[in-house]
Design a protein around this ligand. Structure first.
Ligand SMILES: [Zn+2]
Ligand SMILES: [Zn+2]
Length: 374
């Protein structure tokens, strides 16, 4: 037997004895060493439920392979791994084109099948990403949100030279994803970055990761549109990491001609704009680009990209591109980013619900809450 948090119905999550799952022929059993609580886990547990219940949530995780399925080499036992939670069908038209991240019929660890809020989880061998020794389990558990932010940054900054002085970048929302977006931008060499937050802890974290105090806008005291206009004279790339109508508007009203509006935040409600704001999109020929999840290719397919697949403009047209997961892995390995700075709470598995409740009830400031099983 093993322990796991099982979501039985909305609001009813219990720490229980469960059978250790048995890996199918193309799967491995992973002993979970670290799992982050994602912002999406809070509504999943307390508001909407999961696609299927009972279910063990948890999709941002790392661990050690402890057992292999019949068609998987036993050599993988003992491997330290992070795991891509999205399981493409490999049959639909998008998968056939190689665009498995846009699969029309995917499965998902931690929302559609059992995830990592437990001691063990079974995952397809194709979804494993090996962690080199200098990447900790905690960092491994952060590759999933890092990869989402990498998708945003690599898409938003494709073809833009970080040394070009005219490039002004703004990031609205200093939650985990917004802060990671900033980290990745800095790692790429961008320096003229302006950020918007609304809590003292947002300001502290932003400055801690290298934002200049005069580049931080506290929207409780400053009006972001006027502030951004004054500071930037037109934003080239705007990352919306909140999902609110207002914060999308700030980007549209401050965007430079031909600016890119990168929409990352999950929508909190319906979106609508005044006619004048809408005119800005037309008159300035702005691009609005949606970001969803991240690209992941199994290790076998990644080999052919070679060493230089990690360049800043890896998403440029016509060039072979490394996927977001392996891009993040390479930056962690190189020491270019330090996401552990964002971990504000560490709990053992049996205290996982404390973390969920802190996030639901906002009883304390938090950024990333990590469950550590070591
Ligand atoms: Zn997530
Ligand atoms: Zn598919």
């Amino acid at each position: 037997m093993a322990k796991a948090w099982v979501l039985h119905e909305i609001g009813d999550i219990r720490f229980e004895d469960v059978d250790i799952p048995e890996p199918a022929e193309n799967e491995v059993l992973v002993n979970v060493k670290a799992v982050g609580i994602c912002g999406s886990d809070v509504p999943r547990v307390y508001e909407t439920g999961a696609h299927r219940m009972p279910l063990v949530p948890g999709h941002e995780f790392s661990g050690v392979v402890v057992k292999t399925g019949a068609k998987v080499s036993a050599d993988l036992e003992g491997m330290r791994v992070a795991v891509s939670p999205k399981i493409p069908c490999r049959k639909c038209e998008m998968c056939a084109k190689g665009e498995t991240d846009l699969c029309l019929n995917y499965d998902y660890t931690g929302s559609r099948r059992d995830g990592a809020f437990g001691e063990y989880v079974c995952v397809p061998v194709d979804n494993l990403i090996e962690l080199v020794d200098n990447i900790s389990f905690e960092e491994g558990a952060m590759i999933e949100p890092l990869a989402v932010a990498a998708n945003a940054v690599r898409t938003g900054c494709a073809g833009i030279d970080p040394s070009d002085n005219g490039v002004k970048i703004a990031v609205c929302g200093m939650g985990t994803i917004g802060l990671i977006v900033v980290m990745l931008l800095m790692d790429m060499g961008f320096s003229d970055i302006y950020v918007i937050g609304n809590k003292d802890s947002h300001r502290d974290k932003a400055i801690d990761i290298g934002i200049l105090p005069e580049h931080y806008c506290d929207m409780r005291v400053e009006e972001p549109v006027a502030w951004l206009k004054e500071k930037t004279n037109g934003v080239s790339v705007y990352f919306e990491c909140v999902g609110s109508n207002e914060s999308i508007r700030y980007g549209l009203e401050t965007g430079a001609p031909k600016s890119r509006q990168i929409l990352v935040g999950n929508p909190r409600g319906d979106m609508s704009f005044s006619r004048n704001t809408y005119w800005e999109i037309l008159r300035k020929q702005m691009s609005l680009i949606g970001i969803w999840n991240s690209s992941y290719r199994k290790a076998l397919d990644v080999g052919s990209f070679g060493q230089d697949g990690c360049s800043v403009n890896a998403k440029g047209a016509g060039t072979a591109q490394i996927d977001d997961w392996h891009y993040v892995l390479s930056r962690l390995e190189a020491g270019g980013i330090n996401p552990s700075k964002l971990i504000t709470h560490r709990f053992p598995l049996n205290d996982l619900e404390k973390g969920l409740l802190i996030m639901r009830d906002k009883t304390e400031d938090y950024c990333k809450i990590m469950i550590c099983n070591e």
